[in-house]
Design a protein around this ligand. Structure first.
Ligand code: PLP
Length: 370
């Protein structure tokens, strides 16, 4: 099997599986007796390690149940904590953010959208120069891999006192992330994107303004995310992040070289192929469009031959529609419905690239006949 969908999820690292197994028996870390204190010590160690790796203070690390949950808490919670009713968001946010913004819109929020160019990057940040309850901009887009101008966004939001949320789910573990240096109010990450367990998210949240809770309960995690924290998952997340950050420099160079090699081949071999991914971008992301080809057919034909990739277009109730991200970039259905996202990770080898090279020209040709 040739797995080339690391943006969807990446296999769990051995060190994370080890940490998960080692701490699977941990009790409630809020319990006062010895085993509770022991569980809490493991949790705090994971919190400290994550904080250090991401340039945050331990108190700013909030464990959540997913990246989606972290995004919801940040966007809805910062809005709820503000007196203002204005929201600023980019048009290419992941549904975890986009649907949170739409939910606020339905309750009366006024949304100003940051538009993007055909290269997938936000073009104009001036909406950030007027105060808002919350502004939100992703660090890197999950479809195209385009890295957004988050540093400038943070500077401009800070200048007018707007809390900024950054969805860094695709960025953490792949490119350097320093929460304090960035100056955002909140930042979301997800463990399964960097070799940690699925179902564990991270929200980095400055002390003030803090998001109001979206769910209420026992007041764990500064009251921002109530619910008993899974100690084993927290330890596994810290272990995976430490390994990902440790090998980042070497892995960036390695996957970028594989990506560039494949891109060069595709653009030279497949007629009318377009590389959607434009720099600055994540090193292991390659998004292509093959005008006139059917994305579902390409995925199916590759899958039949053991190659796993994904499309840019979303399938809703059996109707294939153009990806909202591509649409926001001004791309039409002829190009956008023939989109393929190929993403690389630490298990990707040169052999995997040769495998897809041998299949793709024929697959695209056949998918253009559908
Ligand atoms: N934000 C982005 C940019 C993502 O790519 C994803 C996952 O694909 C999420 C948020 C949601 O993360 P999770 O799968 O942990 O809910």
């Amino acid at each position: 099997m040739t797995y080339l969908d690391h943006a969807a999820t990446t296999p769990m690292r051995a060190c994370a599986i080890e940490a998960l197994a080692k701490h699977a028996g941990a009790v409630n870390p809020a319990s006062q007796y010895a085993s509770g204190r022991k569980a809490n010590a493991v949790l705090q160690e994971a919190r400290e390690q994550i904080a250090q790796l991401l340039g945050a203070d331990p108190v700013e690390v909030i464990f959540t149940g997913s990246g989606t949950e972290a995004d919801n808490i940040a966007v809805r919670g910062l809005y709820a904590a503000s007196e203002l009713d204005r929201v600023v968001a980019s048009t290419i946010e992941h549904p975890a953010v986009l649907e949170s913004v739409h939910a606020l819109e339905r309750t009366g929020a006024k949304v100003d959208w940051l538009s993007v160019g055909r290269d997938g990057h936000v073009t104009d940040l001036s909406a950030l120069d007027t105060p808002a309850a919350v502004a939100t901009l992703m660090w890197a887009n999950n479809e195209t891999g385009a890295v957004q101008p988050v540093e400038e966004a943070a500077r401009r939001a800070q200048a007018v006192g707007t809390p900024l949320h950054v969805d860094a789910v695709q960025a953490v573990g792949r490119i350097p992330v320093d929460f304090h240096a960035l100056g955002a109010t909140t930042l979301a990450a997800s463990a399964h994107k960097f070799g940690g367990p699925r179902g564990t998210g991270l929200l980095l949240a400055q002390r003030s303004p803090a998001p109001q809770p979206v769910i209420v309960g026992g007041g764990q995690e500064r009251g921002i995310r109530s619910g008993t924290v899974d100690v084993a998952s927290a330890a596994a997340t810290a272990a995976a992040l430490a390994e990902a950050v440790g090998e980042m420099e070497a892995e960036t160079a390695r996957v970028r070289q594989l990506r560039d090699h494949l891109a060069k081949f595709i653009l030279a071999t497949i007629p009318n192929a377009v590389m959607t991914t434009q720099e600055p971008a994540l090193p292991g992301h390659a998004h292509f469009m093959f005008p006139g080809a059917n994305a579902d057919a390409m995925i199916m034909l590759l899958d039949q031959q053991g190659v796993e990739v994904s499309a840019g277009s979303a399938c809703s109730a059996g109707v294939i529609r153009l990806s909202g991200v591509l649409e926001a970039m001004g791309i039409g259905p002829e190009e956008g419905m023939g989109a393929l996202r190929i993403t690389f990770g630490r298990t990707t080898t040169a052999e995997d690239i040769e495998t897809i090279k041998a299949l793709l020209p024929d697959v695209v040709e056949r998918a253009r006949l559908v």
